[in-house]
Each structure stands twice: as structure tokens, then as C-alpha cells.
Design a protein around this ligand. Structure first.
Ligand SMILES: NC(=O)c1ccc[n+]([C@@H]2O[C@H](COP(=O)([O-])OP(=O)(O)OC[C@H]3O[C@@H](n4cnc5c(N)ncnc54)[C@H](OP(=O)(O)O)[C@@H]3O)[C@@H](O)[C@H]2O)c1
Length: 388
């Protein structure tokens, strides 16, 4: 019998991290969680330590790390901060790094995992949006393997098994449409945080749930697909599919299409990435055509959901423009969640940031960090002027 795959989960206290631990618990002979990480949720991390007995954990802030150290005792290494994440991502005793941090914070540890030649199961789409060029260059130069966890990209990856990538005619990313699919744009200024967090088909972390409500999530996924599959923007299409059963599709040059279907449950694409190229049996809920009845598809309303065309625009601008899109979006979403920005102002501040940016086309990680910081500062300033 082969030994279990060792897995470092960066962001084990998040929605993807928790689902991944459920997957791992279901396959103790196949997988072992060796490193875990948390930002603020130390109580949950302590429970995860007691249940999964990892070799080590990473905690963002030194005070929380000290508190955890005194309560879990010896036997578990406690690392701290951004350095700790880099350490866990590159350790020799890790086979697979699950990159499930949210936002820009995922970029450096994911890059480290790629440079260390790991299998990287990638949930953190912002990493490819911001640093796709650096990540893919490093993947091509080394031994690392990038496996998508996002359900749409996992679907496309599954559709492409056994296919020649040169025969791709079009990628079709499906989108549920979020909670405001049928809400008129004139209602957008009054949308509350609770309404925006009420996603119809998926239970996820707050940031991606707001991104789904604005359709920025689909825009970020278009950029993610561009990097993962090497398909130009004009060959990537978004369609609204409210049932979230068809996870995405590929059209080939002969006119035929392949789609991947399944019930909306992130444990399925997580398992696919962790076990690849095997496909272990599960007792997950199956599609029931008696109750399903219909699958519907229609084009997105890009006048109503302005974030989607903004993402296409950033991709067309190229270079550092998607990093600006991402930073402005992260700030705008957090401000909306904190009650400091209206839902309808989110695309406004992102457009303003893109308008002000002249993309660099040759850049380093340090350039990306500087541009990310500058954009965050500028976005907060613009938001302040909106309030005065
Ligand atoms: N959720 C989904 O169904 C889903 C589906 C597809 C793709 N994704 C992508 O997967 C990623 C994670 O999403 P999620 O929904 O799981 O997010 P989430 O629930 O908010 O979890 C984020 C994780 O990252 C940690 N974290 C947050 N900020 C951090 C920082 N600055 N430094 C270090 N750690 C930090 C959090 O720690 P604490 O909780 O301890 O604060 C948590 O463990 C996102 O990029 C998202 O777009 C998610």
C-alpha cells in the first residue's frame, strides 16, 4: 500500500479549507493533513489540531500564535505570519499544497509552493488574477503541477482530459447569476450586506459571496481560465446558468461540446484535485432528473453587472492591470461588508482605479506588491471622496 498524500492547507479555517478537511477525513488511507493555517479563527484551528494532528500550523499574528502555543502544548509546530505560510508551502514533507487563502495574501505562498515543485491545488483565484504570468512562468520552468479547485476550472480541466489543447474553440464558464439575477439595477444602491451574502446555490466565504453577487467572481474566473488553459479572452464566454449543475463547458474545433455536471458541492472538485489522476468513489448526492427537470442558460446582463466587463477590460489591458482590478475590488468588497460603500459603488471605484493605471508589461513580484499597495490606498481615498 502506498503512503497517504501529505497535504498543507493554507487557509484551513475557511470555507474551502473546512470542506477539504472533510474530504481528507473521508479518505484517511489516501490523504494526511500535515500543515494547517488560520488568520483569526484560532478556536477552530485548535479543534482542527485536536482532530487532525498536523505536524505544524501557521497563525497570522504573533499574539494569537502565543496563545495557541500555550493551549495545544508540544508536538505541534506553531509558525507565524507570512513567513510561516512560505515555510509550510515549501516544506519537503508536503506533497500537495491546497492554496485556499482568500485574496492577494495567497500570491506569495502559492508562488513558493510552485517554486518548490509541489502539486498545487489552487482555489485562491486571486493568485492567478494578480500574478498569473509569474506563476505560469514558474510552472513551466519547474516540476510543479497546478490543479484547479474552482468548480468551473475543474470542470474545464476534466473536459480536457485526453484532448489536444490546440483543438479548443471556446471555453464556456457558467455562472449562477447570484442573488440579484432578477433584481433591477435601480435597486442596487439600497442592497444590504445580508441580501448580498444570501447566495442562492453556494455557501462560501464572505469575499467570494459578494464577488458572486456583483459577478466580479466570474470576471476573476475568466482571467484565471486565461492563465490556466492558455485561451485568449475572445474565446472565453460566460453564460448564466441558475441551477449550477453544469459547472462549465468546452467547445472544440469540430463543433462538439463537452460539459461537466454535478450537484453544487465544493467537496467534489477538491477531491478531484487532491486525488488526481485517480477518481475515488464517494457517497455524494447524485443528480436526480425527476426533480431537476430543466437546465437553463442565457447571456449575462453586462450593463447591470458592470464588474464582469471591467474584468475583461483589465485582461485586455494586460500586464499589471488585473492586479489593479483585484486590489480595488478587494478594498471595495471589504468596505461594502463594513457598511462604508454602497453595492452600486463597487464597480465605480474599480473603474476609477483602472482608468488611473498605465499597465507595466515587464514586472516583478516586488512591482506587484507595490501596485497592490498603491491601488488599495488610492481606492480608500476615492471612496472617502464619494462620501463627502
Ligand atoms: N468557498 C468556495 O466555495 C470557493 C469556491 C471556489 C473558489 N474559492 C476561492 O477559494 C479562496 C478561499 O475562499 P473561501 O470562501 O474558503 O474564503 P474564506 O472562507 O474567507 O477563508 C479564507 C481563509 O484564509 C484565511 N485568511 C484570510 N485572510 C488572510 C490573510 N491576510 N493571511 C492569512 N490567512 C488569511 C482565513 O483565516 P480565518 O478564517 O482564520 O480568519 C481562512 O482560513 C478564494 O480565493 C475563493 O475565491 C472559494
Amino acid at each position: 500500500m502506498t503512503s497517504p498524500r501529505t497535504i498543507a492547507i493554507l487557509g484551513s479555517t475557511g470555507s474551502i479549507g473546512r470542506s477539504a478537511l472533510e474530504v481528507i477525513a473521508g479518505f484517511p488511507d489516501r490523504f494526511r493533513a500535515v500543515y494547517l493555517s488560520a488568520n483569526r479563527n484560532i478556536d477552530l484551528l485548535r479543534d482542527q489540531i485536536n482532530r487532525f494532528r498536523p505536524k505544524g500550523v501557521v497563525v497570522s499574528d504573533p499574539e494569537r500564535a502565543a496563545a495557541l502555543r500555550s493551549s495545544v502544548g508540544h508536538g505541534v509546530e506553531i509558525m507565524c505570519g507570512a513567513e510561516g505560510l512560505l515555510e509550510a508551502a515549501g516544506r519537503d514533507d508536503v506533497d500537495v499544497v491546497l492554496s485556499s487563502l482568500v485574496g492577494f495574501a495567497g500570491l506569495k505562498p502559492t508562488l513558493r509552493a510552485v517554486e518548490a515543485g509541489k502539486v498545487v491545488a489552487l482555489a485562491n483565484k486571486e493568485t492567478l488574477v494578480v500574478g498569473g504570468e509569474l506563476i505560469m512562468k514558474s510552472v513551466r520552468a519547474g516540476r510543479a503541477r497546478l490543479l484547479p479547485v474552482d468548480s468551473e476550472h475543474s470542470a474545464i480541466f476534466q473536459c480536457l482530459q485526453g484532448e489536444d489543447p490546440r483543438t479548443i474553440e471556446r471555453l464556456v464558464l457558467t455562472a449562477s447569476g447570484g442573488p440579484f439575477l432578477k433584481v433591477g439595477k435601480e435597486k442596487f444602491p439600497g442592497i444590504t450586506v445580508a441580501e448580498a451574502l444570501n447566495h442562492p446555490t453556494w455557501r462560501m466565504g464572505n469575499k467570494i459571496t459578494i464577488d458572486s453577487a456583483t459577478l466580479m467572481n466570474k470576471g476573476l474566473e475568466v482571467i484565471e481560465a486565461f492563465w490556466l488553459f492558455g485561451v485568449p479572452p475572445e474565446k472565453i464566454q460566460v453564460v448564466i446558468h441558475p441551477q449550477s449543475i453544469v459547472h462549465s463547458m468546452v467547445e472544440f474545433v469540430d463543433g462538439s461540446m463537452k460539459a461537466q455536471l454535478g450537484i453544487p458541492d465544493m467537496k467534489l472538485p477538491i477531491l478531484y484535485a487532491l486525488a488526481y489522476p485517480e477518481r475515488p468513489a464517494t457517497a455524494s448526492r447524485r443528480i436526480d432528473f425527476e426533480t431537476l427537470r430543466e437546465l437553463t442558460f442565457y447571456p449575462p446582463d453586462t450593463e447591470k453587472f458592470e464588474c464582469l466587463p471591467l474584468a475583461f477590460r483589465a485582461l485586455q489591458m494586460g500586464g499589471t492591470a488585473p492586479a489593479v482590478l483585484n486590489a480595488a475590488n478587494e478594498v471595495a468588497v471589504q468596505m461594502f461588508l463594513d457598511g462604508e460603500l454602497s453595492f452600486s459603488a463597487i464597480p465605480f471605484v474599480i473603474r476609477d482605479a483602472l482608468n488611473a493605471h498605465t499597465p507595466m508589461h515587464a514586472f516583478t513580484l516586488a512591482d506587484l506588491e507595490r501596485i497592490d499597495g498603491d491601488t488599495r490606498e488610492r481606492t480608500r481615498r476615492v471612496q472617502a471622496t464619494l462620501l463627502t
